[in-house]
Design a binder for this molecule. Structure first.
Ligand SMILES: Nc1ncnc2c1ncn2[C@@H]1O[C@H](COP(=O)(O)OP(=O)(O)O)[C@@H](O)[C@H]1O
Ligand SMILES: [Mg+2]
Length: 312
């Protein structure tokens, strides 16, 4: 039994999933998501993000543990859970002859809205996804990004108190991504709880109130971007050619090809290193540590895997 918590929208306790008796996709996750926040699950491919969301949206039973959504258990009361959630799955296929209007409007009717309310919500959501001009275009004539935005519009139109989006911005261009982010933030400001997944650090940093980093089915850390960054003992990074730096002078250095990323405690140290480089006639760049730096360190240095993620 999971105790109710007024501020919590979702409470997962010991959530585990093993596929085919051997693939441990989730190894017992404890996680709490609050009402009215944008919470991002961040992790590389195969981390267990989709598995976690599929359990929350009652498509998949956990092997162990349980989660509640607004007090209802996904294991014992999935029907009640479904009343409160709307979901954009990772690999959702759009019906080829459905239009954005068909999707958003019928989704609202299915959720029990009367026709005038359904019309209003569908119109709002389609406009919010910048699709009003193409509201009557069938999915078969749309690009991948347009189909994705159509499915997001339907979920937003649903007006569900908890919305879950599995990699919602994959395949979207920069403008589409920013528009999705700002819409999710607006909905959270209206009191909706938004759960999304991504493997993109910049997205997690931009859109989340809090985030949970997961790797190999385990929670690595949880908090705001600033809290997570503060868990690493460095504030700045300087990127410079390997040949120009005496590595033995620095405690934390990452090699990326012929370049080094040197991690430094404070701004003074960063400025000092950059000016040394300039004196040598070498280009060097200082910036605050990123979420990616924190992730690499906290996740135990799966740099190859994360490097590949960053290139996608
Ligand atoms: N239906 C399935 N059957 C067997 N293994 C699966 C299935 N779905 C996912 N997995 C495995 O579980 C792990 C986590 O997958 P997933 O939750 O999709 O990760 P993510 O969404 O973070 O990329 C991966 O190792 C994946 O190969
Ligand atoms: Mg996934």
């Amino acid at each position: 039994m999971i105790a109710k918590n007024a501020e919590a929208a979702i409470i997962a306790k010991g959530l585990a999933k093993t596929y085919d008796k051997e693939i441990e996709a989730l190894k017992g996750l404890d996680l709490e998501m609050r009402k009215g926040e944008v919470f991002t699950l961040l992790g590389p491919n195969g981390a267990g993000k989709t598995t976690f969301l599929r359990i929350l949206c009652t498509q998949l039973m956990p092997s162990k543990g349980d989660a509640t959504i607004l007090g209802d258990s996904v294991v014992n009361n999935p029907t009640a859970v479904r009343e409160n959630i709307a979901m954009v799955p990772q690999d959702a296929m759009a019906y080829s002859n459905f239009t954005p209007w068909d999707y958003a409007y019928s989704f609202c009717l299915l959720r029990g809205m009367d026709k005038p309310t359904a019309k209003k919500k569908a119109e709002e959501a389609i406009k919010a996804m910048l699709m009003w001009e193409m509201k009557d275009r069938p999915a078969q004539s749309m690009s991948g990004g347009e189909k994705r935005r159509m499915l997001i519009a339907a979920t937003i139109a649903s007006d569900a108190p908890v919305m879950m989006l599995d990699e919602p911005t994959s395949g979207l261009d920069a403008i589409g991504r920013r528009n999705v982010w700002s819409n999710l933030r607006e909905r959270a400001a209206q009191g909706k709880t938004i759960i999304l997944t991504t493997h993109m650090m910049d997205e997690a940093e931009m859109v989340s109130d809090r985030l949970g980093i997961i790797n190999k089915g385990e929670l690595v850390t949880i908090g705001t971007t600033a809290e997570i960054k503060s868990k690493v003992p460095f504030k700045y990074r300087v990127i410079a050619p390997e040949s120009a730096i005496d590595q033995s002078s620095y405690s934390e250095v990452t090699k990326i090809g012929d370049r080094l990323v040197v991690y430094l405690k404070d701004y003074q140290e960063a400025v000092q290193l950059v000016s040394e480089m300039l004196k040598k006639g070498v280009q060097a760049e200082a910036s605050p540590v990123t979420l990616e730096d924190a992730f690499v360190r906290l996740a135990g240095g799966d740099i190859d895997e994360i490097g590949q993620e960053a290139q996608k």
